[in-house]
Design a protein around this ligand. Structure first.
Ligand SMILES: [Ca+2]
Ligand SMILES: [Ca+2]
Length: 365
């Protein structure tokens, strides 16, 4: 486990685009920064902002000796106990501190641009948004508090890395599709490919329309009836919780929690459908788990108690979302991310072959 965590940290890199597109129209600049968040709920968009910033910070920390020493010597248990981050700031080099200040300043500017563009999800929905420099007293310097807020949970580090891997997967799919279109020999062939893609898209949309917000009443009732085979007239949250607390310890851990999402996942991404992208299916499940944990796990122990579930439901905190926006409708990368990824592939190719090649993959425009 220790080794895999070190690998994760060493492998961490971020294809983050610069915050401003100087010579583009406002709309294009916004897309360049943002990608498409129109198909996300504010909470989903917030999560995306958090992980994007977290990856940028990790990229800086990966160059620092104190951070590397900790990741290489601490056991997984010690990391879970928070030893990775306690007192870390004092041990960082002056250069790292300076770079972290820069990253924080850029993030602040980025967030202010979002607000200027009327993308206000980061200020209106404060929940789990403490990491955002917008809310900090010391906006221009990165300190131990930033470390605690950003890197305090081991699961977040794992999730950030997983999201990054998924983004690459999505970019590969997009590049492959563009390459196929480019290689089409006739206009007819190209149109046929586009038509096929559209058909696939509308099929996926239809499948995903039936998805619920994680831990939504409608979702839980459907699980009760369809997965657990119980009478819908006798739905009872406490009984459902106990049924899915497989080891009977009084808590839903992340795997137990995910059993509540299987019904929705199977409807939206049928396992036996050859068009189902298994990595996307898995990612959707992870996003549902992240979302539920982030909103319900108030004491941050990585598990849900029945009290936490009941309290959040009673508070109505989770009732303000229209619905769950599945991954299929959201674009996980910007054109800049795609260009950076193509550059990365081209560089790897040079190292492998010892000589520059003509572009491996087509450009977007
Ligand atoms: Ca349990
Ligand atoms: Ca908890």
């Amino acid at each position: 486990m220790k080794l895999s965590f070190v690998c994760f940290l060493l492998l961490c890199f971020c294809s983050q685009s610069s915050p401003r597109g100087v010579d583009r129209t406002a709309k294009e600049a916004q897309d360049k920064i943002y990608g498409n968040i129109e198909n996300m709920t504010p909470k989903q968009a917030q999560d995306r902002e958090f992980f994007r910033y977290l990856l940028r910070v990790i990229k800086v920390l990966d160059q620092d000796k104190a951070w590397k020493d900790r990741t290489e010597t601490l056991s997984n248990g010690e990391i879970l106990d928070g030893k990775l981050t306690i007192g870390l700031y004092e041990e960082l080099s002056a250069g790292t501190k300076e770079r972290l200040d820069d990253v924080k300043k850029q993030e602040l500017e980025f967030q202010e641009n979002l607000i200027a563009d009327q993308k206000t999800h980061m200020v209106e929905k404060i929940l789990r948004n403490e990491w955002n420099p917008l809310h900090h007293e010391h906006k221009d310097s990165f300190n131990q508090k930033d470390i605690d807020l950003l890197l305090g949970r081991y699961q977040d580090l794992v999730d950030a890395k997983r999201r990054e891997k998924f983004q690459k997967h999505e970019m590969e799919k997009e590049l492959k599709h563009r390459e196929e279109l480019k290689n089409a020999k006739t206009e007819e062939e190209r149109k046929e490919l586009e038509e096929k893609e559209k058909e696939k898209e509308s099929k996926h949309k239809k499948q995903q329309e039936t998805m619920h917000e994680p831990v939504d009443d409608a979702q839980l009732k459907e699980v009760w009836e369809k997965s657990d085979g119980l009478d819908p007239d006798y739905f009872d949250l406490k009984t459902l919780f106990k049924l899915h607390d497989k080891n009977n310890d009084g808590f839903l851990d992340k795997w137990e929690l995910e059993t509540l999402f299987l019904n929705d996942i199977e409807k939206a991404y049928p396992e036996d459908d050859p068009d189902t992208d298994i990595m996307e299916r898995d990612e959707e499940m992870e996003r549902m788990r992240e979302y539920a944990m982030n909103n319900i796990d108030k004491n941050g122990d990585g598990q849900l108690s029945l009290e936490e579930v009941v309290q959040v439901k009673a508070s109505g905190e989770m009732d303000d979302e229209e619905e769950w926006h599945p991954l299929y409708g959201s674009r996980e990368f910007t054109e800049d991310d795609l260009t950076a990824y193509q550059d990365e592939i081209a560089k790897e190719k040079i190292v492998e072959d010892g000589a520059p090649k003509s572009p491996v993959l087509p450009n977007s425009s």
